[in-house]
Write a protein that binds this ligand. Structure first.
Ligand code: ADP
Length: 415
């Protein structure tokens, strides 16, 4: 049996690294992964690959620079070094000419197509480039730069360690707060059902108002602590998905039902325009429901009374589940459309925030969308927003889109 081709793949993006690893391994290759250019150089020095793939669009210098650094290694002078551009991005035909890259291939979500493109480079005639002989000045510069980068990497590792300690602290504190709060919450529910308290509430509107305020605050505190726990799990990469057969129509109907009373109070029309979806798909139903609920909650929060919120969804023929939440609200500035998915990012004036989760421009910690993104990306999907801009007078509205891979079997199942 001949030896499998050995490919080194360099990419900073974990999700794509895993995908490419899976595709090439399935195609019979042996694949080593590197996150940084230096890590790639170290690995390629230890075991010379048959082909090196570098993630890079060729719209910036990154892939060219990494290729140049790899070529400076005498053992790698003739190894094909190929840039893998993002799906859909096709660089000009001669984008790699005159550089240290042997060429480029367009990434594809179809594993067979991708493997075919890689195979063409593996089968290609040996390159005729001579080993480069860098000048002493160049070698000196490279050594100094490498030492700077290694120092930066060490500081980075220290910062990451501190960040982890901070995440652990947040998570621990949130858990410690949640335990007694769950008891308080339980008692508050019990009190409500007690006959004596019910009689008292019926007689005395002040008691009724106090109790309602108390329960409302406890529920809000509960929600905030739960949000912090989920978001810190996402940040530390510990969001374990429980894959269950999920019915999108049911899920959306449940979320819409939950928001029904609020919508009625605020004269908002909630429209369900989901296409009939007959099949179940595998997802963490509870987490997905939380993501959809956050999107709908935001749509309600940022749409003035009398507006309309529409949920659409379908299964795309190319194997993805698509869902969108559109509102007729204040909209979002293009400059902020990326940042709003960051943790604790709250666009607009926090002075306007009230303590209510559903009042117009009501408050929040700026965690809702970070949670949505974490959940969607943990499913291997993507989330994005479309809006012409923020204008509380003209109300251009926003559309949040979610696209998830249609998992017909629990992920990890051998097909
Ligand atoms: P918050 O708890 O502040 O609502 P999110 O993470 O859910 O946090 O949202 C972050 C920011 O994104 C919000 O503060 C708001 O400015 C903006 N935003 C989110 N959804 C919408 C929407 N549907 N319309 C307008 N702005 C929105």
């Amino acid at each position: 049996m001949s030896k499998p081709p050995f490919i080194l793949y360099i990419d900073r993006d974990e999700i794509r690294r895993k995908r490419i690893w899976r595709a090439l391994t399935r195609a019979g290759c042996q694949v080593a992964l590197a996150v940084t250019a230096l890590d790639g150089v170290d690995q390629a020095r230890r075991a010379v690959p048959d082909l090196i793939l570098i993630e890079g669009d060729l719209r910036d210098r990154r892939a060219y620079n990494i290729a140049a650094r790899l070529r400076a290694e005498p053992d790698l002078a003739t190894v094909p070094i190929v840039a893998l551009t993002s799906p859909g991005h096709v660089p000009p035909a001669h984008a790699s000419t005159g550089s240290d890259l042997s060429g480029w291939i367009a990434d594809s979500t179809d594993e067979r197509v991708l493997a075919g493109r890689v195979a063409r480079y593996l089968e290609g005639a040996p390159l005729e480039k001579q080993p480069a002989e860098p000048s002493p000045e160049m070698r000196d510069l490279v050594t100094r730069l490498e030492s700077d980068v290694r120092e930066l990497e060490a500081s980075n590792r220290a910062l990451r360690r501190l960040d982890r300690i901070k995440e652990d602290f947040i998570q621990l504190t949130a858990h410690e707060l949640r335990t007694p709060l769950t008891t308080v919450y339980g008692y508050s529910q019990l009190v409500q059902t007690s006959r004596a308290v019910q009689e008292l509430m019926a007689r005395d509107p002040e008691v009724r108002a106090c109790l309602a305020g108390l329960i409302d605050s406890i529920e809000r505190l509960h929600r905030v602590i739960d949000e912090i726990i989920v978001v810190s799990r996402i940040a530390s990469g510990h969001l374990d998905l429980k894959w269950t057969p999920t019915d999108l129509a049911d899920l959306v109907a449940r979320v819409l039902r939950d928001y029904g009373p609020v919508a009625e109070q605020r004269r908002l029309t909630l429209r369900n325009e989901l296409e009939p979806i007959s099949e179940l798909f595998f997802a963490d139903g509870d987490l997905l429901e939380l993501a959809v609920s956050n999107l709908l909650g935001n749509a309600i929060k940022y749409t003035p009374d009398g507006g309309t919120i529409t949920v659409r969804g379908t299964v795309n023929p190319y194997g993805t589940v698509y869902l969108s939440v559109q509102d007729t609200g204040i909209g979002i500035d293009p400059d902020e459309q990326e940042q709003i998915f960051d943790r604790f990012y709250t666009a607009g004036d926090t002075q306007l925030h009230t303590t209510s989760k559903t009042a117009f421009r009501g408050g929040g910690l700026g965690l809702g969308l970070a949670i949505c993104r974490g959940i969607v990306e943990a499913h291997g999907g993507r989330i994005w927003v479309e809006s012409e801009g923020c204008d509380p007078e003209r109300l251009p509205g926003s559309i949040f889109h979610i696209e998830l891979p249609l998992e017909r079997l629990p992920p990890g199942t051998v097909r």
